[in-house]
Design a protein around this ligand. Structure first.
Ligand code: TYD
Ligand code: MG
Length: 456
């Protein structure tokens, strides 16, 4: 007990509790992320229960028949898919993203779509005045959508209003601006955000409303303050994209009511976010004549195949420690692939700067991209362009062997749809039918290098 009360410092990056302030969190290594907060025992959710008896809980069995949750579709298909097929009543959803990435725009459009589909929707802005939100709605052509609007940050007032209004959907923009008067801390602090999220999630469960919380992300890529919020909600969606690009991707990183890893793709336009039904075509549309350093990766995002272009540039380095710059991929993965190329294929990258990029602002996290990364690197290094009608996929193991990856058929089908006629895939890939695409199966990276870059 005494110990818990002493833990009054929390890392805003990983949520770890500390006994004293420190410049660096030893749990996650983040700098300057530790803030003081009221001891946990003073928080609303952790008051002791006391001796009073509760009521008995009705127990069921695993075989109990449960009707699947009735979902409400917004008609924005990219959004509905990421939600797992529509909005589930009584669910709590967190939408995270960098400031300015387009969260408010997305959610205002979502509110209007759900409202037009017959749901009662309430949009509460803690960041903008009602007039500003109305102006945005006008710009987006949504002024006539039956959405109730309020600009408020006082949580007590909001909950009282919600209890009376009982809307089907509430959008809180953003959770960092909410202020609960029973917590002595500034808005945006860990304890405020945690208390506000707890109250709003409880409201969702109690009243059967769906609640969408907007959360800003810190530059380390976490929802500012509380990762705690991620645990409290049913669904966590990230809205992401490169600032200079017009594509925005809504990605499910956690979903109790649907598959995680699902993505919805949007394009920013003057009139708001437009849905992109065929992302592969869009990501590849910037691709000009086939040039050295470019490889097309046939990937899977959630339930959908998506083709992306991986670009590499390899140049002699003036630096003692050559540069390794990666955008849209894991930099650790690049190091591994470079090491495998050097150790297993005898192709050194020492003394060479390496730049790697996924075109269009897409982010790829599948290990299946390994072979496409290696192909782009080799193509750049040898200055040999790969065939323009070829897609590549496969995981590279440390031994240099190519490992088969899931959904090979779906990847090929998408590639053929977009006009590709050949593919390189690992041996043992499960490919039954003839997809009208010529597949070259290879056992390892050495074979790949030999066949594709024999002249180099
Ligand atoms: P906004 O939705 O306010 O971002 P966030 O809520 O994540 O901070 O959008 C930021 C700016 O981008 C805003 O000035 C509007 C503009 N924008 C467009 O012009 N078109 C679009 O499709 C989107 C998404 C945003
Ligand atoms: Mg906003």
């Amino acid at each position: 007990m005494a110990k818990a009360a002493a833990q009054s410092f929390t890392c805003t990056s990983c949520g770890a509790a500390h006994g004293k302030w420190a410049g660096r969190c030893d749990a996650c290594g983040a700098w300057n992320s530790i803030v003081e907060e009221a001891p946990l025992s003073a928080g609303p959710a952790t008051k002791t229960l006391g001796a009073a008896k509760g009521k008995r809980i009705a127990l069921t069995t695993l075989a109990t028949e449960e009707t699947p949750p009735a979902r409400a579709a917004s008609g924005m298909e990219e959004l509905d898919r990421v939600l797992g097929g529509g909005l589930v009543p009584a669910s709590a959803i967190l939408v995270g993203g960098d400031p300015g990435i387009g969260k408010s725009t997305l959610l205002l459009q979502a509110a209007a779509s759900f409202a037009r589909a017959g749901l009662s929707c309430l949009y509460i802005s803690g960041e903008e005045a009602s007039a500003q939100v109305r102006m945005r709605a006008g710009r987006l052509g949504l002024a006539d959508a039956p959405v109730s609007l309020a600009a408020e940050t006082n949580l007590r007032d909001i909950l009282t209003t919600l209890d009376a209004a009982r809307p089907d959907l509430v959008i809180i923009d953003s959770i960092q601006t909410m202020w609960a008067d029973h917590v002595e801390a500034a808005p945006g602090s860990v304890s405020q955000v945690r208390a506000a999220a707890h109250e709003l999630v409880t409201f969702a469960k109690r009243r059967g409303s769906a609640v969408i919380l907007v959360g800003h992300v810190t530059k380390e890529g976490q929802i500012a303050g509380p990762r705690v919020v991620e645990h409290m909600v049913d669904t966590v969606l990230y809205f992401e994209g490169e600032r200079g690009h017009q594509f925005r991707i809504l990605r499910a990183v956690k979903n109790r009511f649907g598959p995680a890893d699902e993505i919805g793709v949007f394009e920013m336009t003057g009139g708001g976010l437009a849905e992109v039904a065929n992302p592969s075509a869009l990501f590849l549309s910037e691709r000009g004549q086939s040039s050295p350093g470019s490889a097309v990766f046939a990937g899977i995002e959630g339930t959908r195949p998506v083709l992306t272009e991986i670009q590499a540039l390899v140049a002699p380095s003036p630096l003692g420690t050559p540069r390794r710059t990666v955008v849209g991929l894991d930099s650790g993965r690049l190091s591994t692939i470079l090491a495998v190329l050097e150790a297993r294929c005898g192709i050194p990258f020492a003394g060479l700067d390496v730049f790697l990029n996924v075109a269009g602002g897409m982010r790829v996290s599948e290990p299946a991209a390994d072979l496409a990364v290696a192909a782009a690197l080799l193509s750049a290094r040898e200055d040999v362009a790969l065939p323009p009608d070829m897609v590549v996929f496969g995981e590279i193991s440390l031994s240099g062997a190519l490992r088969p990856v899931g959904q090979a058929e779906n990847r090929l089908k998408e590639a053929r749809k977009l006009g590709f006629s050949q593919a390189v895939a690992p041996d043992r890939s499960k490919i039954d039918g003839d997809d009208g695409i010529r597949v070259r199966k290879m056992p390892d990276l050495v074979t790949f290098v030999g066949e594709m870059f024999a002249a180099g």
